[in-house]
Design a protein around this ligand. Sequence first.
Ligand SMILES: Nc1ncnc2c1ncn2[C@@H]1O[C@H](COP(=O)(O)OP(=O)(O)OP(=O)(O)O)[C@@H](O)[C@H]1O
Ligand SMILES: [Mg+2]
Length: 247
Amino acid sequence: MAAIIQTQGLTRRYGRQTAVEQLDLEVQEGEIFGFLGPNGAGKTTTILMLLGLTEPSAGSARVLGYDPVRDPLPIKRQVGYLPENVGFYDDLTGRENLRYIADLNGIPEPEATEKIESALRTVGLADEGDKLVGAYSRGMRQRLGIAELLVKDPRLLILDEPTLGLDPDGTNKMLDLIRDLNRSRGITVMLSSHLLDQVQRICHRVGIMIKGRLVALGTIEELARRKGADSGRPVLEEIYMRYFREA
Ligand SMILES: Nc1ncnc2c1ncn2[C@@H]1O[C@H](COP(=O)(O)OP(=O)(O)OP(=O)(O)O)[C@@H](O)[C@H]1O
Ligand SMILES: [Mg+2]
């Protein structure tokens, strides 16, 4: 498998504080990678550097073969990025918001309409596409956020806390959707979260970041073995707490 994201010594300082320190990370094409860590760990900062939205203080990254510092445009075009706070026009409908994105990306007709309808169906909003986004629930907004990314036909999705603020049902729908996009379309996904059971449910591999440092990287089974967790089904929560106490 080829690396679709790669970082070497990636570092970001804010004044005297180091938000991300010497990060070496690889995300393989085709996987769902869970980027775990408590508040302030440096997850969002890492994501912003991968997208060329923040410059690293040191080190380098490659995303889809491009350097985000020198070549951010092809990355922005080809990566579907769901930010921590998804922004939409509340006074437009879901469909109209997607139409706006399609126009912004220069997608011509009839392709644009096909992509919009297909994206709305995929995220389960086809029947609610004509409601104003201002009247959407948080779960619907998050799913519209994914629909927006799908209009661009991305090979890679980078999702920053995609289930933040969702109730259990909304969370399950979002996780099923992510898994389905990965399985049926082969889209690579990197998602950040501090919710361990969720990550455990759908991610092939995880990285645990604490205070700017990557303290663990591997499959959940590998991490469990390394930490000497009991045999049987490894519980990510337990592993995480062990790393957390040691950090
Ligand atoms: N623009 C900024 N200016 C100054 N400090 C910042 C800035 N952005 C992030 N930081 C600091 O860098 C550290 C990492 O923040 P970051 O947002 O990357 O964490 P996170 O893992 O995404 O946390 P959360 O789970 O709360 O979203 C924090 O201590 C934060 O205060
Ligand atoms: Mg964050």
